[in-house]
Ligand binder design. Structure first.
Ligand SMILES: *Cc1c(COP(=O)(O)O)cnc(C)c1O
Length: 398
């Protein structure tokens, strides 16, 4: 008989029932160091006092109002995002999938507004993940995610990641935009070469295309900058984000330049739940912490410590781990064994990690991580690798 909760996930046997800071507790009494942060969502860990205070206060004041009315929290948060990014304007919704979907719609609408509605195609990259709506599945590159859900919406072309020549060659008179992740997350924490985003920007400028960045996973401080593209010294026209934005509260956002958003006239797009006072209280509290002087520098510092120590474990167990990859606190380790085996071993040793494509195990810890937590995670990784390596040896000799 089918379970009451639809069985479309492969879940652990235990349930998580409580969280505090870097730790979560399971219903069987075990405590875990949370190096996955709900897949880059709990950006300030669990039940951060400032988040709890902001949400509690808002819960006693006003939860939801329609976007028929001005929403004070949206204005505050949009001002914060505009002040600290390339963007001139921000649209709020509820998830990464919706944010990317809205970004795609906006790129098409831009060309419509320019009197060129024939420009509707989006170029995206192999290995990318952009969410689970139909358009996002068409933009993403995972065949398995599309299986049985066709036909896909029309207008998406795929080129190899980190290949500017292929990108250039794919442009036609119908191309509207290029959509990329600065670091591919679900695809396996794949980074591009240093000049890639700059090259994408140049191509978009040359051909009059909208540059869309999917920073759903890379955004909101995770790489040590508020948004990952800041490292590359270029800015997009449109940026979709979500995951860490609400620090655990479901919220997404599309950031855009004035030029890219000028066709988004009243009634052109909308969301019932987008940008509720409750969600905005969460985002505002999250941004207050992340944008406070020194916070992102500390994220960068902790990321370097984590990388350094993970590198040591990778060097020690080449039969288990092949490399460390990523940016900031978005770290992947490519496994020489099946990645699920390492995720399970880490659970045995009290640490939560997240699998990704290319046989990678991800660490996406809360940005409040301290060196003691890094040492705890690295010790668990060392033990896990030692046990897996010993198992490989007995397999060979036995
Ligand atoms: C998670 C993710 C999405 C989808 O976000 P949801 O909130 O699950 O809809 C889209 N793009 C990227 C890069 C992601 O990591």
């Amino acid at each position: 008989m089918i379970s009451a909760v639809m069985p479309n996930y492969a879940r652990t046997a235990f349930a998580l029932i409580k969280g505090e800071g870097m730790y979560v507790w399971a219903d069987d009494g075990r405590r875990f160091l949370d190096m996955g942060a709900g897949i880059a969502v709990n950006s300030l860990g669990h039940c951060h006092p400032k988040m709890v205070a902001a949400l509690t206060e808002q819960a006693q004041t006003l939860w939801h109002v329609s976007n028929l009315y001005r929403v004070a929290g949206q204005e505050k948060v949009a001002d914060q995002l505009v002040a600290h990014s390339f963007a001139d304007t921000v649209f709020f919704n509820n998830s990464g999938a919706e944010a990317v979907e809205a970004a795609i719609k906006m790129a098409r609408r831009y060309h419509f507004g320019e009197g060129q509605p024939e420009k509707f195609r989006i170029i995206s990259c192999e290995g990318s993940f952009h969410g689970r709506s139909l358009a996002d599945l068409a933009a993403g590159a995972n065949e398995k995610h599309r299986e049985g859900f066709g036909p896909m919406p029309e207008g998406f072309d795929h080129v190899p990641f980190d290949n500017l020549n292929a990108m250039r060659a794919a442009i036609t008179d119908e191309t509207a935009a290029i959509l990329v992740e600065p670091v591919q997350g679900e695809g396996g924490i794949r980074t591009a070469s240093a000049g890639f985003l700059k090259g994408v920007r140049e191509i978009c400028d040359e051909f009059g295309l909208i540059m869309i960045l999917d920073e759903v996973q890379t955004g909101n401080g995770r790489t040590g900058k508020l948004f990952a593209h800041e490292w590359a010294g270029v800015t997009p026209d449109i940026l979709a984000t979500a995951k860490g934005l609400g620090g655990g509260f479901p919220v997404g956002a599309v950031l855009a330049t004035e030029a890219a958003a000028k066709a988004m006239t009243p009634g052109s797009h909308g969301s019932t739940f987008g940008g509720t006072p409750l969600a905005m209280a969460a985002v505002g509290a999250m941004l207050d912490v992340v944008l406070a002087p020194g916070f992102l520098a500390q994220v960068d510092k902790m990321a370097r410590v984590l990388w350094d120590k993970l590198g040591g474990v990778v060097a020690k167990y080449p039969q288990v781990l092949e490399d460390v990859r990523g940016q900031g606190l978005m770290v992947g380790m490519r496994c020489a064994v099946e990645n699920g085996l390492l995720v399970d071993k880490m659970i045995e040793h009290g640490v939560l990690t997240v699998p990704a494509g290319e046989n990678v195990v991800r660490m996406l810890p809360p940005m409040i991580i301290e060196e003691s937590h890094i040492d705890e995670a690295v010790a668990a990784l060392d033990k896990s690798c030692a046990e897996i390596a010993a198992g490989l040896k007995t397999e060979k000799t036995g």
